[in-house]
Design a protein around this ligand. Sequence first.
Ligand code: NAD
Length: 491
Amino acid sequence: MTTTVAQQYKNYIGGEWVEPSGNEVRPDENPADTREILGLFPRSTAEDVNRAVEAAAEAFKTWRRTSGPQRSAILHKAANILEQRAQEIGEALTREEGKTIGEGVGEVLRGVAILRFFAGEPVRPIGEVFSATNPETFLWAERVPLGVVGVITPWNFPVAIPLWKLAPCIAYGNTAVFKPAELTPLTAHLITEVFIEAGLPAGVLNLVHGSGSVVGEAIARHPKVNAITFTGSGTVGRHVYQVASERGAKVQLELGGKNPVIIADDADLDLAVEIVTSGAFRSTGQKCTATSRVIVLEPVLKDFTAKLVERAQSLRVGPGIRPDTYMGPLVSEDQREKVLQYIEIGKQEGAKLLTGGTALSEGEYAYGYYVAPTVFADVEPQMRIAQEEIFGPVVGILRARTLDEAIAIANSVRYGLSASIVTRDIRKAFYFAREIEAGVVHVNSETAGAEPHVPFGGMKESSSFSREQGRAAMEFFTQVKTVYLDMPPAQ
Ligand code: NAD
């Protein structure tokens, strides 16, 4: 490895790359090899947030009046630029977040699809026309933007999540102050470059790097930020909700999950194993929609368990940049510690560790945050490892005697993001889809799949009842104006 001096990055405010107000920076490390520093990023202050909000408020005055076709053209251009840069940005994502290169480039291409969908939105209908009591009244209700929107995002989908917030935000005529997670500032920088190259006017998108407690907090509290779209953990999300809604801002939260897969007694077990392996271990289990509980009907419990353990042991763990890697490292030291602690908790609670359960730190793993794919059996529904989000490559197997019992276990957590069943029986599939408490339901596919053009979001504590992506995004990013236009009397 060669050592190079890390580049120092800036914020993007009012159409310019600007120095932050303070001198503090944070090194952005590669979690697969911490000797590689990808850049030094500003730890900005409330003063920087204020500048960004002022720039966004100023830009809103003109951006809200741009025509739909104009906004559409910019988003189409951004999609094309992102597509051209997919390999480069996908690699940066892999180096920064740790997921495999296939997942990294795949996520960027998903971002392209998101941009293309939202490029269509400004030229689709945005309102309704009504018949008024007075026949001389023209009465319509239209969707208009909110103003300045704070966009606060996590590190686990550092391209897709910012884009599925920024694209609708901009498409519907709002301006944005974007605060990415501190662990993934480089991808945020690259996305911003794409919008600049696409010709987005100054001030429409402002990027402020820094910590949640300083920069995120300042955005949540700023009186000129009319709305906050937040994805992240429940604890932080609820705090942001409280702070921002108290001053009257509109808030949208997408939070954690504890996503179950039910394996019915008629399931194709090879398919079931693939669905669970991919759902639990892809992205190193760091997806809000990752599979963390497998609820298996007794007749197939033994066979399924043996096959899953064999498959988990066959997975190639390593740096995501290697094309043959199935599972990369955890994103950070803290995240690895948290996962190892949960593994200890699982053992203490009496769950049976079947495979994995340890950090990998020898040889090629020496400089990364690796944990072996981990499977627990004999997990009981009330155990902490069955109730709390672990956000790592750990899956627990629970036993059920009937489908009703399996669904009751699946629903016995405070989350309700995604859920899946593996079955050949159409009646079981329908029954499951009706009874399961989840915002995203799969039958014979993994909990983690989501199309970019359909509503996405969770029930219960996984969300704040709003949905992202697809046309559902309009609900959050706009408000309704109803206009009564009476004909003046004829002269
Ligand atoms: P996090 O809550 O720690 O951070 C999320 C963002 O909030 C970051 O940008 C952080 O800097 C910021 N933040 C922290 N403190 C803040 C404060 N006081 N005020 C304002 N902002 C603040 O979450 P994370 O660790 O980055 O992400 C992992 C979590 O995200 C998991 O719980 C996961 O399930 C969830 N997630 C949910 C979805 C979904 O769509 N439901 C998608 C991906 C991730």
